[in-house]
Design a protein around this ligand. Structure first.
Ligand SMILES: [Fe+2]
Length: 275
């Protein structure tokens, strides 16, 4: 049975992890970040939480499914909001048009590194692994190899009438493409946000651990599984701190110290777990 809430178990609890890097801590005592688990169409709790944490960046972990423009839904905190997409953000064209709205693209973290005002660098990899593009499991039919080496190759194999916005099919806008993962490996960041979970999770994917280590990420945070398992026993071996945030949960985490606090507990909605 998965723990649908935070390992600390109660709102307001804190948890301290690996010893902080004293050199970096001395340079920047960060204010931390607010990480928001799959909203699935609801944003009021995020706005409420973020207003009570002034100036703290707000990071959405995918499966947003906004029913109105994101800028309107998150207006009071939009100027400090960043996001990645999830697998359900391509379920409907109307949703995808809001998530990839040109007015929103500047807030996307997928496939790049952004330096936040306090100097913290954060990168993102949205979406999920799918066999139609790349399923990095040695037991899979392609033995973990990508079906397409690149998003462009996937697009070229897609009949024109099936492309969305002149690119891959809509569904594969939320698939993880091999070249996007590879490109990130050559970048550096302090924090990596994912929709899929890294290897510590029972349904996690070990190539995401490789990505985090190559990028030098000290903190990895993910959504998708609607849980927040305690992975602290794995942190030293895997080389980074890892956290999941539950369905519509909000967790504050300080990347420098590993200290965390559940601001909004994830909803215990088993029927949607792993969506
Ligand atoms: Fe998801």
């Amino acid at each position: 049975m998965r723990d649908l809430n935070h390992p600390a178990g109660v709102e307001g609890a804190t948890m301290t992890g690996l010893s902080p890097d004293s050199k970096e801590q001395g340079q920047r005592r960060g204010r931390g970040l607010l990480f928001c688990g799959d909203p699935h169409g609801r944003f009021d709790h995020i706005v409420r939480a973020a207003i009570s944490w002034p100036d703290v960046p707000v990071i959405l972990l995918g499966d947003l499914e906004p029913e109105r423009p994101l800028i309107d839904l998150l207006e009071p905190v939009w100027e400090r909001t960043w996001l990645i997409h999830g697998n359900h953000d391509t379920d409907a064209q109307s949703v995808a048009e809001r998530v990839w709205d040109p007015a929103v693209l500047g807030r996307h973290l997928h496939g790049r590194v952004v330096e936040l005002p306090d100097g913290l660098s954060i990168a993102g990899l949205g979406g999920v692994f799918r066999g139609g593009v790349w399923y990095p499991d040695p037991e899979s039919p392609l033995r973990g190899q990508p079906r397409f080496d690149s998003r462009a190759a996937c697009m070229r194999s897609t009949p024109r009438h099936q492309r969305w916005q002149g690119d891959v099919a809509l569904r594969h806008w939320s698939s993880i493409h091999h070249d996007e993962w590879l490109a990130l490996r050559g970048m550096r960041c302090d924090v990596l946000v994912l929709h899929e979970a890294p290897g510590y999770h029972p349904h996690g994917v070990p190539v995401l651990d490789e990505l985090a280590r190559d990028m030098g990420a000290r903190l990895v945070v993910h959504g998708h599984h609607h849980d927040a398992l305690d992975s602290s026993g794995r942190w030293a071996a895997q080389g980074f701190r890892s956290f999941g945030v539950g369905l519509r949960g909000v967790t504050w985490i300080d990347p420098d110290t590993g200290e965390s606090q559940v601001v909004v507990a994830g909803e215990p909605e088993q029927s949607q777990a792993g969506r």
